[in-house]
Design a protein around this ligand. Structure first.
Ligand code: MRU
Length: 346
């Protein structure tokens, strides 16, 4: 199984996803700042993978403070945590993981540095391992929604690369394939960063899962021709009412799916829910460098100075989502009561 991050006690190895499939190289991070940079520049991307990487980044952050005067330690560590939070705004898994690490830190901050970093490392490893276990559960639960012979459309990359391992949306596909179901995956290329063409296609190829790459603007035509049985995507942040932020273009697919009466599923772990937000309108949407749109692999494809709008995510209203698949169960007709009940929060 592909490992997007590998923890090595004093280093975090990050698979450089910007280079896949042309090269499979790891970046070695030994500081918290280097991890935050890898999150910001998309070397590591995908909501759960960002959360796990950030957690290990904070372990490195604590290790970096070896020899730091006790009085200043607390401030310096919290500053690293707050810098980490700035790395990317939309995927809530980042703040979820950082806050979890800070709670752990708070509970052991009086201990000596060895015990403190050991405790933080344990917490980061737990976040990492829980994500893999959760993804497999999502796969197992979600595969009940995948009929034999299904033709599935997916967007962006919500696979092993986007998580600690196994994947959410692609975890469901993996599980169903493992059950012997014959499945065909249509992979949206996912402009502008091409996570579908570069990453999902690569994952499908590695595992010999039959797939066909399409450009984003072909999805409607395929649906119209009866070639898509269901759509399944991941998520970056899900509000209390089920509104879901995911890679730009997801909303358009959900509208198309509704029009063609095709089930539209979101697969996400509970760490992707932000129950502090009443609706998707409150989800911060990252806008990225216009060069992602004006250039393809460093080659400019537009007139110089071309004006660009480059939101990295959009919000799909809950009403367009048939169900959200989580490790705790399937949330049919996602809305507040149903979400809280599956999340076991009253
Ligand atoms: O900009 P990215 O590549 O981090 O965006 C990733 C996505 O939108 C994924 O679909 C989402 O994070 C879910 S990953 C399991």
């Amino acid at each position: 199984m592909i490992k997007p991050i590998i923890w090595q006690k004093t280093k975090l190895k990050i698979l450089d996803q910007r280079r896949i499939p042309l090269a499979v190289d790891y970046i070695i991070c030994s500081t918290c700042r280097e991890v935050a940079e890898c999150i910001g520049n998309l070397s590591v991307r995908g909501a759960p993978a960002i959360g796990s990487a950030a957690a290990f980044g904070l372990v490195l952050g604590a290790q970096e403070l070896k020899g730091f005067p006790k009085e200043g330690f607390n401030h310096a560590f919290r500053e690293k945590a707050s810098n980490m939070l700035q790395a990317r705004p939309t995927a809530v898994n980042l703040s979820w993981a950082v806050e979890r690490m800070l709670r752990k830190y708070e509970s052991i901050k009086e201990k000596d540095l060895g015990e403190l970093t050991g405790g933080l490392e344990e917490e980061a490893l737990t976040i990492y391992k829980e994500d893999i276990v959760g993804n497999k559960k999502i796969g197992q639960i979600g595969s009940s929604l995948i009929p034999e012979g299904a033709q599935i459309l997916t967007h962006c990359n919500a696979g092993a690369l986007a998580t600690a391992g196994y994947g959410t949306a692609l975890g469901v596909v993996r599980w169903a394939v493992g059950q012997g179901k014959e499945i065909h995956v249509y992979v949206d290329e996912t402009r502008p960063v091409l996570q579908g063409a570069r990453l999902t296609a690569w994952e499908m190829k590695q595992e010999e899962i039959p797939y066909t790459l399409i450009t984003d603007n072909m999805a409607g035509m395929l649906m119209q021709k009866g070639k898509i049985d269901l759509v399944i995507v991941g998520a970056d942040r899900i509000a209390q009412n089920g509104d879901t932020a995911n890679k730009i273009g997801t909303y358009s697919l959900a509208v198309l799916a509704k029009y063609h009466d095709i089930p539209f599923y979101v697969a996400a772990p509970s760490s992707t829910f932000d129950l502090t937000l009443t609706s998707g309108e409150e989800i911060p949407i990252e806008e990225r460098d216009p060069r992602e749109v004006t250039h393809v692999f460093e080659q400019r494809i537009t007139p110089e100075g071309c004006s660009v709008f480059n939101p990295s995510f959009d919000v799909t209203p809950a009403g367009l989502i048939s169900a959200i698949i989580t490790e705790k169960g399937i949330i049919e007709n996602p809305q507040k009561e149903n979400i809280l009940s599956v999340m076991q929060i009253n």
